[in-house]
Design a protein around this ligand. Structure first.
Ligand code: E4P
Length: 215
């Protein structure tokens, strides 16, 4: 399973990359706005830190505007994946971009039928938002299972990128289902390492070792 970090914060990206387990980065307009930096310059920094797919989202909502922004973003670096919202104009643009061999990540997916449309349009990734579905009392993981099954049935190459992850269990459940990628906020990545029994166990090993006067 591939691990992406869901942030536009350079310090967090550097720290997560230093663990040697990071395969890519996803950003969105809200995450970029939080950083208060120029979008293009931010992307130029990110591509130097992580050698993997970096999702950068368009803000246009019409076909021509999406294509224009997508082409500008794609020119920044070969690893840029253009993130496009799951709307009619967006999917029309995804189809054209696929023909131009520009990779896309279709975002804001909340139903399996939307995911099927994105695959048919030729998206490289589909981003179903599990946390936001959980927030409104729908089981977000059901959506992941449905999409994975549908893509398998028809051998679609679109990768299932589980987004809006809120805790480590989301990652575990997505991995059990066989999703291709999970994009996680920095705090979730940090939590993956943690278990109180690991800390207690290590403390005991080290204190026993010290008591035995081992060098
Ligand atoms: C997906 O790529 C989005 O950036 C993100 O996962 C949304 O997460 P949120 O629902 O926590 O904002």
């Amino acid at each position: 399973m591939k691990f992406f970090i869901d942030t536009a914060n350079i310090d967090q990206i550097k720290e997560a990359a230093s663990y040697g387990l990071l395969d890519g980065v996803t950003t969105n307009p809200s995450l970029v706005a939080k950083e208060g930096k120029n979008f293009r310059e931010l992307l130029e920094e990110i591509v130097k830190i992580v050698d993997g797919p970096i999702s950068a989202e368009v803000v246009a909502t019409d076909y021509k505007g999406i294509l224009k922004e997508a082409n500008e973003l794609a020119k920044i670096h070969d690893n840029i994946v253009v993130k496009v919202p799951l709307i009619k104009e967006g999917l029309k643009a995804v189809k054209t971009l696929a023909e131009e061999e520009i990779k896309t990540n279709v975002t804001l997916c909340f139903t399996p039928s939307q995911a099927l449309l994105a695959a048919k349009a030729g998206a490289a990734y589909i981003s179903p938002f599990v946390g936001r579905l959980d927030d409104i009392s729908h089981d977000g993981m059901d959506l992941i299972a449905q999409i994975v099954q549908i893509y398998k049935n028809y051998n679609y190459k679109t990768q299932v990128l589980v987004a809006s992850i809120r805790h480590p269990l989301h990652l575990v459940e997505a991995a059990m289902i066989g999703a291709d990628v999970c994009t996680m906020p920095f705090d979730v990545i940090e939590k993956l390492f943690k278990h109180p029994l690991t800390d207690i166990g290590l403390e005991k090993f080290l204190s026993d070792w010290k008591k035995a006067n081992q060098k």
